[in-house]
Design a protein around this ligand. Sequence first.
Ligand code: AMP
Ligand code: ZN
Ligand code: FE
Ligand code: FE
Length: 286
Amino acid sequence: MNEFRADLHCHTSCSDGTLTPTEIVHLAKKIGLSGLSITDHDTVEAYQTAVPVSKEVGIDLLTGVEFSTMFNGVSIHLLGYGFDVNHPELLEFCRKHRLRREGRNRDILKLLTKHGMPLTEADLEEMVANHLIQNSKNSVGRPHIALAMIKKGYVKSVKEAFQKYIGDGLPCYANGPSFTSEETIEVIHRAKGIAVIAHPHLIQNYQILTPLMELNFDGIECYYGKFYPKDHERWLKIAMKRDWLVTGGSDFHGDIKPDLPLGSSWVDQERFQAIKYKCESIRKAN
Ligand code: AMP
Ligand code: ZN
Ligand code: FE
Ligand code: FE
């Protein structure tokens, strides 16, 4: 029998991934995953199709989302799992994120234009139309802006766009008003989900780690992307000390990030069941 593996972090074309929800569920099955969570940025739209498709092909699908948040002035990604995808407050929160992204993307386009790289909203819309399922509920992000920059010949790769211009804190980066980590955790909890720190490996501001860990989290993403087992130990120790759930996933985005294949990080059956058990107990308690 195949070993049980559940990849709990991936993005579809409902945000900045390149595969549709249907394609990603089929790929998960093809590569032998037993469980999956789709964690698009600030949207749960993928679940409209991913739920029936995963039932059809026999993939154990856990609801998920990756929210962009701010904590003490630092951008932090939080994962939510096991919530009700139709929860009105959660859907309203996703709608607010969509508006936030629209304003922030306009600001980034203005900054790029100011720096001699003119890009219009029509240029971005064209790029989005090529990559997103046409739906007003989807999340447009910096990777789409990076692709539009490549098309114009301003940069050669998505990586270069981030490293030189649109990465956090760089000259063409804009964030706009955002939601705090604290309020995001509360929304996830009210939608009957669990709140998890995403990829702590990538947090470069070490000073905020200690206060961040004091927030009301239920888990931490210990296994991530292509990091080595020794890189996971530090986070596993924290999870054990705090009695937090351990999650893990690849952060697969399709062709846009070819170095992170689906299934490159995952949790085993025991960890997956522990997460599902906790989510079920939250649902029953409400
Ligand atoms: P946004 O949601 O618009 O803030 O964009 C964030 C997303 O951009 C991340 O989740 C990644 O998918 C991608 N990203 C962030 N930093 C980089 C980078 N240095 N190179 C390539 N992609 C990146
Ligand atoms: Zn992304
Ligand atoms: Fe992230
Ligand atoms: Fe991600």
